[in-house]
Ligand binder design. Structure first.
Ligand code: HEC
Length: 152
């Protein structure tokens, strides 16, 4: 009896762990937030403009070295599946998914070495799931659904 109860309990624990980890296991909270804190928030932190404010004075903020804030999950998601769908992917792609083969202009910030940049991109790609550079007006419902980008 005790052995069976033990097995049932253990199965429940393992199933719970698998569900909590999601598909690839990468979440905003366990990996992505840390990468952004290390390499992006100096220019995209809480003192940076919201996307709405940024769009109103893009040139001014660019001169000031500030991009739209991405210091919370919801601010970040504006550039993943929100009003600026795909912006995060377009700016971070290493050129492999781009038609012109050029990396996005924020890829250079993704790490101190080429190895670190490609590893951080791998983590962010795993987090996003369906990696696409498409804009909101061009993206299909299926492509949108393939973007996972779990918070936790
Ligand atoms: C030294 C400052 C700086 C750092 C560090 C930086 N960015 Fe930026 N970022 C900017 C500025 C300024 C803009 C706006 C100008 C432009 O569009 O290139 C911008 C624009 C962007 C945009 C486009 C926003 C939009 O929708 O128009 C994304 C996405 C982005 N950055 C992501 C990142 C990520 C991710 C990192 C970290 C790997 C990062 N940036 C690091 C300064 C920075």
């Amino acid at each position: 009896m005790r052995a069976i109860a033990g097995v049932v309990f253990w199965t429940a624990v393992m199933t719970g762990a698998a569900v909590a980890a999601g598909t690839g296991g990468v979440t905003y909270e366990n990996r992505v937030q840390g990468i952004l804190a290390d390499y992006c928030l100096s220019c995209h932190g809480s003192d940076a403009p919201t996307m709405e404010a940024f769009k109103k004075d893009q040139e001014g903020f660019k001169k000031a070295g500030k991009g739209p804030r991405m210091d919370t999950y919801s601010h970040l998601m504006v550039m993943v599946t929100g009003s600026d769908t795909g912006a995060l992917m377009r700016r971070l792609d290493d050129g492999k998914a781009a038609q012109d083969g050029k990396p996005g202009n924020m890829y250079a910030y993704l790490g101190k070495t080429a190895g670190e940049r490609s590893e951080n991109l791998r983590v962010i790609k795993e987090w996003v799931g369906g990696w696409t550079l498409k804009r909101k007006k061009d993206i299909s419902q299926e492509e949108l659904k393939a973007i996972k980008a779990a918070e936790r």
